[in-house]
Design a protein around this ligand. Sequence first.
Ligand SMILES: NC(=O)c1ccc[n+]([C@@H]2O[C@H](COP(=O)([O-])OP(=O)(O)OC[C@H]3O[C@@H](n4cnc5c(N)ncnc54)[C@H](OP(=O)(O)O)[C@@H]3O)[C@@H](O)[C@H]2O)c1
Length: 285
Amino acid sequence: MENGKILVVGATGRVGGATVEELLGAGFEVRALVRSAEKGAPLRSLGAEVAVGDATAPDTLGPAVRGCSGILSALGAGPGRGAPEDVEYRGNLNLLSAALEAQVGRFVYSSVLMADHPLAQRIGAFREKARFEQELLAAGDLSSTILRPAIFMETLDMMLRGSVAFIPGRQRRPVSFIAARDIARAAVRAFQADILGRHELAGPDTTTFDGAFERLGKVRGKKIRALHVPLAALRVPGRFSSYVRELANMMALFDAVGFATDPSVLLDTFGVPALTIEEWANETR
Ligand SMILES: NC(=O)c1ccc[n+]([C@@H]2O[C@H](COP(=O)([O-])OP(=O)(O)OC[C@H]3O[C@@H](n4cnc5c(N)ncnc54)[C@H](OP(=O)(O)O)[C@@H]3O)[C@@H](O)[C@H]2O)c1
C-alpha cells in the first residue's frame, strides 16, 4: 500500500512504541492512540500525531481512526488494565468496528503464538486474542494481517532480579524468543508489501529459558542464576491475583508443550533479519 497514516494502538507499550518509531522511519504518518494526553507527549516529540482515546470506549475511536489508511493494534491487558475479555477481545472489536465504519482498509494485529492451543484457553490473554483473530479473519471489507509472536526478549529482563532469574516451572522444553522491535519491523513490512494472513514470528534463537539466561549473562558479563519456582507455589497467590493466575497458566503451557516456532518466517516472508539474543542485549544495553 502507499504510505498513508497509520493509527497505532498500544503506542505506549513495547511493540506499539517500537512500531511508531519504525513507521515514522519508513516514511509513514503516524497517529498514536493514548489513554491520556501526558502519555502522548514523548510520541508527539518523535513526530507522531496523538489522539486521546480508549479501546474500551467506542465513542473515542471514531475521531481516532478518521483519515487513517491502516491500524496497528498491539493492545495488551497487563496488570491494572482491565480484564482480557474487555481489552483484548472487546477493545479490539471496537477498533475493528470503527475501522469498518471509517473504511480503513488495513488492520495489522499483534496477537500471540499458540493463541488457540487447547492448553492456552486457560490464559485469558491468549483465549481472547484467539477470539478476536476469528472476528478479524471474518471481516470482509478490510484486509488483515495477524502476527503471532513468540516470547519477547524483553520478558527476560522482567524475570530478572539482580543476577537471579525467577522461572516458574521446570521449563525443559524449547521456546522461541523475539525482540519487540522485530515485530514492529514485520508490522511495517506488512503495511508496505501488503503481506496478509496469519504468521508466526520468532527470532533465530530457539532454546530453553535457562539457555537464554546463560547467553544473556555472557553478553552482560555476569553469571545469571536460574531459580526454578514450582508452578504449585503460584497457586495460592493466584487465588488473590488474576495477574499471577495468568502467569501461572502461561508458564504451565510452556512447561507442557514449549513455545517454539519456525524462525525463517521473519526473513523469508517479511524480509526482517531478526536479532539474536546477543544482538538484542547489545542494542538495549
Ligand atoms: N511479553 C511477551 O512475551 C508477549 C509475547 C507474545 C505476545 N505478547 C502480546 O503482545 C501485545 C503487546 O505486548 P507489549 O509488551 O508491547 O504490551 P505492553 O507494553 O504491556 O503495552 C500494552 C499497550 O496497550 C495499551 N492499552 C491497554 N489497554 C488499553 C485500552 N483500553 N485502550 C487503549 N490502549 C490500551 C497500553 O496503554 P497504557 O500505557 O495506557 O496502559 C499499552 O500501550 C500484548 O497483547 C501481549 O499480550 C506478549
